[in-house]
Design a protein around this ligand. Structure first.
Ligand code: HEM
Ligand code: HEM
Length: 279
């Protein structure tokens, strides 16, 4: 009972602290900036996917499941869509859809990571098949790219299970959520950054495998595409980390969230847990 009181007080304090005085346009200005950066981020993300698909279609032989070398090509495309573009969108979700109810945001955040997990599994099947079915077979997990990539996937998997159990079902107690939330955010961003590093290593590795080191050093047209993909991935990551860590862009609890505090018991329970999980 005492804990509930403390949580409730903390929740109201947060509301008061974060509410802008009437007529203050600072928050509106901040949100306009957010929207501009968010739009640029989306354009960069979509361009990365288009360029990756173009590199694979024009230079690497296109897509298919028929031959191991062609099956490999799904790996970079699916990882780019899942581990980079959708990952970035899922961690900015609470901020980009800030006016949606917290419960719906949690379900969307968790579902999007579930979709990413499916894409990761397909991308890994494609690359492992391309190694194991080649003749002679190519060894697995020998490169720095594969080690860092596997590290990102493992942290991602643990994070999904821990996030689901803590915040969605069955949910841990409010005070424990407060302790776990910064850890959740840290490992979420760590997995994202590791995926970015893995992608850069994978792109470089494939560029050298495909063009050959000496042809690559002559900067042919293919190298322009490859280097642009890598540079845009760095820009995308920079924008996503900025949007996710900027305190001014954090989602403020909705007025109806506060009104529900005096409503139905279950909702009140949800809101108190939301307050403790830094709504
Ligand atoms: C961004 C997330 C990515 C992750 C988590 C990831 C993960 C992995 C893993 C675990 C392997 C080892 C498979 C095996 O040993 O059979 C692998 C292989 C490979 N990946 Fe990726 N990958 C990612 C993106 C990319 C991208 C964007 C490319 C660009 C072409 C790429 C190119 C390769 C290549 C060439 C191999 C085979 C050689 C090797 O094992 O290093 N990867 N990847
Ligand atoms: C691989 C899976 C996951 C990753 C990488 C991840 C990552 C993140 C990151 C980076 C944030 C900070 C967002 C911000 O400050 O705006 C966050 C917030 C949060 N995540 Fe996750 N998450 C994952 C899975 C989950 C799951 C399954 C749940 C269950 C509902 C969940 C619930 C939350 C909640 C409640 C917040 C707080 C949002 C806020 O109020 O600011 N996460 N997550």
């Amino acid at each position: 009972m005492h804990n509930v009181y403390i949580l409730k007080t903390a929740y109201y304090e947060r509301l008061n602290l974060k509410m802008e005085p009437i007529g203050d346009t600072t928050q509106g200005q901040r949100l306009i900036n957010f929207r501009i950066f968010y739009l640029i981020t989306q354009m960069v993300g979509i361009t990365i996917i288009i360029l990756m698909a173009a590199w694979i279609s024009i230079y690497l032989g296109g897509f298919g499941w028929s031959a191991p070398a062609i099956e490999f090509n799904w790996h970079p495309l699916l990882m780019t869509i899942g581990m980079i573009y959708l990952f970035g969108n899922s961690i900015t979700l609470y901020r980009s859809f800030r006016y949606a109810r917290k419960k719906n945001l949690k379900i969307s955040h968790a579902t999007l990571f579930g979709v990413i997990m499916v894409l990761i599994i397909l991308a890994l099947i494609a690359v492992f098949n391309s190694h194991n079915l080649a003749s002679p077979p190519i060894p697995n997990l020998y490169s720095l790219h594969s080690w860092i990539g596997l590290g990102a996937v493992i942290i991602f998997g643990c994070q999904w299970v821990a996030g689901f159990v803590s915040f969605l079902y069955p949910q841990i107690a409010g005070p424990n959520k407060m302790v776990y939330m910064p850890i959740h955010i840290y490992f979420g961003l760590l997995a994202f950054v590791l995926a970015i590093i893995a992608a850069l290593l994978g792109i470089t590795e494939k560029a050298i495998f495909h063009m050959g080191a000496s042809a690559y050093s002559q900067l042919p047209n293919e190298a322009y595409i490859v280097n642009s993909i890598g540079a845009l991935i760095v820009l995308f990551a920079g924008l996503i980390v900025f949007l996710t860590t900027n305190e001014g862009y954090r989602r403020i609890p909705l007025p109806e969230d506060a009104m529900l505090l005096i409503g139905h018991d279950d909702e009140r329970h949800n809101l108190l847990s939301d307050a403790s999980s830094s709504s």
